[in-house]
Design a protein around this ligand. Structure first.
Ligand SMILES: NC(=O)c1ccc[n+]([C@@H]2O[C@H](COP(=O)([O-])OP(=O)(O)OC[C@H]3O[C@@H](n4cnc5c(N)ncnc54)[C@H](O)[C@@H]3O)[C@@H](O)[C@H]2O)c1
Length: 247
Protein backbone atom coordinates (compact mmCIF):
# COMPACT_ATOMS: atom_id res chain seq x y z
CA UNK A 1 0.00 0.00 0.00
CA UNK A 2 1.31 3.45 -0.96
CA UNK A 3 3.36 5.23 1.73
CA UNK A 4 4.24 2.22 3.91
CA UNK A 5 7.42 0.77 2.38
CA UNK A 6 10.61 1.79 4.19
CA UNK A 7 8.71 3.64 6.93
CA UNK A 8 9.77 3.08 10.57
CA UNK A 9 6.92 1.90 12.82
CA UNK A 10 6.49 1.16 16.50
CA UNK A 11 3.52 -1.06 17.40
CA UNK A 12 2.85 -1.70 21.09
CA UNK A 13 1.27 -4.85 22.44
CA UNK A 14 2.92 -6.59 19.49
CA UNK A 15 3.44 -10.07 20.95
CA UNK A 16 -0.06 -11.37 20.21
CA UNK A 17 -3.57 -10.60 19.04
CA UNK A 18 -4.30 -7.40 17.14
CA UNK A 19 -0.80 -5.89 17.60
CA UNK A 20 0.88 -8.95 16.12
CA UNK A 21 -1.38 -8.88 13.05
CA UNK A 22 -0.71 -5.13 12.57
CA UNK A 23 3.04 -5.91 12.60
CA UNK A 24 2.60 -8.69 10.06
CA UNK A 25 0.66 -6.52 7.61
CA UNK A 26 3.20 -3.69 7.96
CA UNK A 27 6.11 -6.11 7.45
CA UNK A 28 4.43 -7.54 4.35
CA UNK A 29 4.24 -4.00 2.95
CA UNK A 30 7.98 -3.42 3.52
CA UNK A 31 7.90 -1.26 6.66
CA UNK A 32 10.67 -1.42 9.28
CA UNK A 33 8.72 -2.68 12.27
CA UNK A 34 9.55 -2.46 15.97
CA UNK A 35 7.19 -4.40 18.19
CA UNK A 36 7.04 -3.39 21.85
CA UNK A 37 5.58 -5.64 24.52
CA UNK A 38 5.93 -6.31 28.23
CA UNK A 39 6.06 -10.11 27.65
CA UNK A 40 9.57 -10.91 26.43
CA UNK A 41 8.94 -14.64 25.88
CA UNK A 42 5.89 -14.07 23.70
CA UNK A 43 7.71 -11.34 21.77
CA UNK A 44 10.57 -13.72 20.96
CA UNK A 45 8.10 -16.42 19.94
CA UNK A 46 6.44 -13.92 17.63
CA UNK A 47 9.83 -12.91 16.20
CA UNK A 48 10.54 -16.58 15.44
CA UNK A 49 7.18 -17.02 13.71
CA UNK A 50 7.86 -13.97 11.56
CA UNK A 51 11.37 -15.22 10.73
CA UNK A 52 9.83 -18.44 9.43
CA UNK A 53 7.85 -16.26 7.02
CA UNK A 54 11.05 -14.37 6.07
CA UNK A 55 9.89 -11.23 7.85
CA UNK A 56 12.45 -9.22 9.85
CA UNK A 57 10.78 -8.07 13.06
CA UNK A 58 12.51 -6.01 15.74
CA UNK A 59 11.28 -6.90 19.24
CA UNK A 60 11.61 -4.36 22.07
CA UNK A 61 10.73 -5.15 25.67
CA UNK A 62 8.58 -2.24 26.78
CA UNK A 63 6.27 -1.32 29.63
CA UNK A 64 4.03 1.40 28.22
CA UNK A 65 3.00 2.60 31.67
CA UNK A 66 6.61 3.39 32.59
CA UNK A 67 7.97 6.74 31.41
CA UNK A 68 11.64 5.65 31.33
CA UNK A 69 10.82 2.50 29.39
CA UNK A 70 8.87 4.53 26.80
CA UNK A 71 11.58 7.16 26.43
CA UNK A 72 14.32 4.57 26.01
CA UNK A 73 12.21 2.63 23.46
CA UNK A 74 11.77 5.71 21.25
CA UNK A 75 15.45 6.66 21.70
CA UNK A 76 16.58 3.16 20.67
CA UNK A 77 14.51 3.31 17.48
CA UNK A 78 15.66 6.82 16.58
CA UNK A 79 19.32 5.95 17.26
CA UNK A 80 19.06 2.93 14.95
CA UNK A 81 16.85 4.29 12.18
CA UNK A 82 17.24 8.06 12.48
CA UNK A 83 13.48 8.53 12.62
CA UNK A 84 10.09 7.18 13.64
CA UNK A 85 7.26 7.57 11.14
CA UNK A 86 4.39 5.57 12.65
CA UNK A 87 3.25 4.93 16.21
CA UNK A 88 0.45 2.46 16.92
CA UNK A 89 -0.64 2.59 20.57
CA UNK A 90 -2.26 -0.83 20.79
CA UNK A 91 -1.15 -2.31 24.14
CA UNK A 92 -4.10 -2.71 26.48
CA UNK A 93 -5.39 -4.72 29.40
CA UNK A 94 -8.65 -5.44 31.21
CA UNK A 95 -9.30 -5.92 34.94
CA UNK A 96 -13.06 -6.35 35.00
CA UNK A 97 -15.39 -6.20 37.97
CA UNK A 98 -18.57 -4.40 38.96
CA UNK A 99 -18.12 -0.79 40.07
CA UNK A 100 -18.84 -1.31 43.75
CA UNK A 101 -16.35 -4.18 43.93
CA UNK A 102 -13.64 -2.65 41.78
CA UNK A 103 -10.32 -2.28 43.54
CA UNK A 104 -8.60 1.07 43.28
CA UNK A 105 -5.44 -0.70 42.09
CA UNK A 106 -7.38 -2.22 39.16
CA UNK A 107 -8.69 1.21 38.21
CA UNK A 108 -5.16 2.67 38.34
CA UNK A 109 -3.50 -0.19 36.46
CA UNK A 110 -5.96 -0.13 33.55
CA UNK A 111 -5.79 3.67 33.23
CA UNK A 112 -1.98 3.56 33.46
CA UNK A 113 -1.53 0.99 30.70
CA UNK A 114 -4.39 1.93 28.36
CA UNK A 115 -4.37 5.73 28.62
CA UNK A 116 -1.15 6.95 30.25
CA UNK A 117 0.80 4.51 28.06
CA UNK A 118 -0.52 6.18 24.90
CA UNK A 119 0.25 9.63 26.34
CA UNK A 120 3.86 8.74 27.23
CA UNK A 121 4.80 7.14 23.92
CA UNK A 122 3.02 9.79 21.86
CA UNK A 123 4.84 12.52 23.77
CA UNK A 124 8.29 11.04 23.09
CA UNK A 125 7.53 10.00 19.49
CA UNK A 126 5.89 13.34 18.63
CA UNK A 127 9.10 15.22 19.45
CA UNK A 128 10.89 13.19 16.76
CA UNK A 129 8.02 13.41 14.27
CA UNK A 130 7.78 17.19 14.71
CA UNK A 131 11.44 17.53 13.73
CA UNK A 132 10.69 15.72 10.43
CA UNK A 133 7.34 17.51 10.04
CA UNK A 134 5.61 14.22 9.37
CA UNK A 135 4.20 11.24 11.23
CA UNK A 136 1.10 9.15 11.77
CA UNK A 137 -0.27 8.04 15.14
CA UNK A 138 -3.03 5.45 15.63
CA UNK A 139 -4.59 4.78 19.02
CA UNK A 140 -6.66 1.66 19.67
CA UNK A 141 -9.83 2.54 21.57
CA UNK A 142 -12.86 0.24 21.88
CA UNK A 143 -16.59 0.08 21.20
CA UNK A 144 -17.09 0.12 24.98
CA UNK A 145 -15.37 3.53 25.12
CA UNK A 146 -18.30 4.75 23.01
CA UNK A 147 -21.22 2.83 24.51
CA UNK A 148 -20.08 1.83 28.04
CA UNK A 149 -20.22 -1.68 29.47
CA UNK A 150 -21.21 -3.04 32.88
CA UNK A 151 -18.21 -4.53 34.68
CA UNK A 152 -15.75 -2.35 32.78
CA UNK A 153 -15.88 1.16 34.26
CA UNK A 154 -12.06 1.26 34.31
CA UNK A 155 -11.57 -0.13 30.80
CA UNK A 156 -14.37 1.87 29.15
CA UNK A 157 -13.13 5.09 30.83
CA UNK A 158 -9.61 4.45 29.53
CA UNK A 159 -10.94 3.82 26.02
CA UNK A 160 -13.20 6.90 26.11
CA UNK A 161 -10.15 8.85 27.32
CA UNK A 162 -8.21 7.63 24.28
CA UNK A 163 -10.79 9.31 22.05
CA UNK A 164 -10.40 12.73 23.71
CA UNK A 165 -6.64 12.26 23.67
CA UNK A 166 -6.67 11.40 19.95
CA UNK A 167 -8.72 14.46 19.00
CA UNK A 168 -6.56 16.81 21.07
CA UNK A 169 -3.31 15.39 19.65
CA UNK A 170 -4.78 15.67 16.14
CA UNK A 171 -5.57 19.36 16.68
CA UNK A 172 -2.24 20.09 18.35
CA UNK A 173 0.02 18.39 15.81
CA UNK A 174 -1.81 18.91 12.50
CA UNK A 175 0.22 22.02 11.67
CA UNK A 176 3.39 19.90 12.06
CA UNK A 177 2.30 17.42 9.40
CA UNK A 178 1.27 14.75 11.91
CA UNK A 179 -2.08 12.94 11.85
CA UNK A 180 -3.65 11.12 14.78
CA UNK A 181 -6.67 8.82 14.59
CA UNK A 182 -8.35 6.19 16.73
CA UNK A 183 -9.86 2.84 15.90
CA UNK A 184 -12.68 1.51 18.06
CA UNK A 185 -12.90 -2.26 17.61
CA UNK A 186 -15.93 -4.29 18.62
CA UNK A 187 -15.44 -7.83 19.93
CA UNK A 188 -12.40 -9.34 18.26
CA UNK A 189 -11.18 -12.94 18.61
CA UNK A 190 -7.80 -12.61 20.38
CA UNK A 191 -6.30 -13.89 23.65
CA UNK A 192 -8.06 -10.92 25.33
CA UNK A 193 -11.50 -12.35 24.53
CA UNK A 194 -10.69 -16.07 24.68
CA UNK A 195 -12.23 -16.35 28.16
CA UNK A 196 -15.68 -15.80 26.57
CA UNK A 197 -17.51 -19.13 26.40
CA UNK A 198 -19.57 -20.30 23.40
CA UNK A 199 -22.83 -19.18 25.03
CA UNK A 200 -21.45 -15.67 25.62
CA UNK A 201 -20.16 -15.54 22.04
CA UNK A 202 -23.55 -16.60 20.67
CA UNK A 203 -25.35 -13.93 22.70
CA UNK A 204 -22.83 -11.31 21.55
CA UNK A 205 -23.37 -12.35 17.93
CA UNK A 206 -27.07 -11.65 18.29
CA UNK A 207 -26.14 -8.00 18.94
CA UNK A 208 -23.87 -7.80 15.87
CA UNK A 209 -25.65 -7.20 12.53
CA UNK A 210 -22.81 -8.92 10.62
CA UNK A 211 -23.39 -11.90 12.95
CA UNK A 212 -19.79 -12.73 13.82
CA UNK A 213 -16.99 -11.60 16.09
CA UNK A 214 -14.19 -9.68 14.39
CA UNK A 215 -10.72 -10.95 13.50
CA UNK A 216 -7.36 -9.23 14.10
CA UNK A 217 -7.18 -8.75 10.29
CA UNK A 218 -10.38 -6.68 10.40
CA UNK A 219 -8.55 -4.17 12.61
CA UNK A 220 -5.05 -4.44 11.15
CA UNK A 221 -6.33 -3.72 7.63
CA UNK A 222 -7.81 -0.41 8.78
CA UNK A 223 -4.60 0.49 10.62
CA UNK A 224 -2.65 -0.12 7.41
CA UNK A 225 -5.02 2.14 5.47
CA UNK A 226 -4.78 4.93 8.08
CA UNK A 227 -0.98 4.75 7.96
CA UNK A 228 -0.91 4.83 4.16
CA UNK A 229 -0.80 7.84 1.85
CA UNK A 230 -4.47 7.21 1.02
CA UNK A 231 -5.38 8.51 4.50
CA UNK A 232 -3.25 11.65 4.52
CA UNK A 233 -6.32 13.95 4.80
CA UNK A 234 -7.84 12.00 7.72
CA UNK A 235 -7.11 13.19 11.25
CA UNK A 236 -8.90 13.30 14.61
CA UNK A 237 -11.32 10.54 13.57
CA UNK A 238 -12.59 7.50 15.39
CA UNK A 239 -13.15 4.59 13.02
CA UNK A 240 -15.56 1.99 14.41
CA UNK A 241 -14.94 -1.59 13.30
CA UNK A 242 -17.58 -3.61 15.09
CA UNK A 243 -19.75 -5.47 12.58
CA UNK A 244 -22.44 -2.83 13.08
CA UNK A 245 -22.81 -3.55 16.81
CA UNK A 246 -22.84 0.18 17.60
CA UNK A 247 -23.68 2.82 14.99
N1 LIG B 1 -9.95 -8.11 21.52
C1 LIG B 1 -10.99 -7.28 21.55
O1 LIG B 1 -12.16 -7.67 21.51
C2 LIG B 1 -10.77 -5.80 21.63
C3 LIG B 1 -11.86 -4.94 21.48
C4 LIG B 1 -11.70 -3.57 21.53
C5 LIG B 1 -10.44 -3.06 21.76
N2 LIG B 1 -9.38 -3.89 21.93
C6 LIG B 1 -8.08 -3.27 22.18
O2 LIG B 1 -7.16 -3.69 21.20
C7 LIG B 1 -5.85 -3.72 21.75
C8 LIG B 1 -5.22 -5.08 21.52
O3 LIG B 1 -6.07 -6.05 22.10
P1 LIG B 1 -5.88 -7.63 21.93
O4 LIG B 1 -7.24 -8.19 21.91
O5 LIG B 1 -4.92 -7.93 20.85
O6 LIG B 1 -5.24 -7.95 23.37
P2 LIG B 1 -4.20 -9.04 23.84
O7 LIG B 1 -4.39 -9.20 25.30
O8 LIG B 1 -4.30 -10.26 22.98
O9 LIG B 1 -2.79 -8.35 23.55
C9 LIG B 1 -2.39 -7.20 24.25
C10 LIG B 1 -0.87 -7.15 24.30
O10 LIG B 1 -0.50 -5.99 25.06
C11 LIG B 1 0.60 -6.35 25.89
N3 LIG B 1 0.71 -5.48 27.05
C12 LIG B 1 -0.07 -5.50 28.17
N4 LIG B 1 0.37 -4.60 29.05
C13 LIG B 1 1.46 -4.00 28.50
C14 LIG B 1 2.35 -3.00 28.95
N5 LIG B 1 2.23 -2.42 30.16
N6 LIG B 1 3.36 -2.62 28.13
C15 LIG B 1 3.51 -3.19 26.93
N7 LIG B 1 2.70 -4.17 26.45
C16 LIG B 1 1.69 -4.56 27.24
C17 LIG B 1 0.32 -7.80 26.28
O11 LIG B 1 1.48 -8.45 26.75
C18 LIG B 1 -0.24 -8.37 24.99
O12 LIG B 1 0.77 -8.93 24.19
C19 LIG B 1 -6.01 -3.37 23.23
O13 LIG B 1 -5.78 -1.99 23.42
C20 LIG B 1 -7.46 -3.69 23.49
O14 LIG B 1 -7.97 -2.95 24.58
C21 LIG B 1 -9.51 -5.25 21.87
Amino acid sequence: MQGIEGKVALVTGAAQGIGKKICELLLNEGAIVYGGDIKEDSLLKTQKEFEEKNLKFNPIVLNVSDSKSCESCINTIVEKEGRIDFLVNNAGITRDSLLIRMKEEDWDLVLDVNLKGAFLLTKFAAKEMMGKRSGKIINISSVVGLMGNPGQVNYSSSKAGIIGFTKSVARELASRGITCNAIAPGYIETPMTESLNEKQKESLKSLIPLNRLGTPEDIAGAVLFLLSDFASYITGQVISINGGMYM
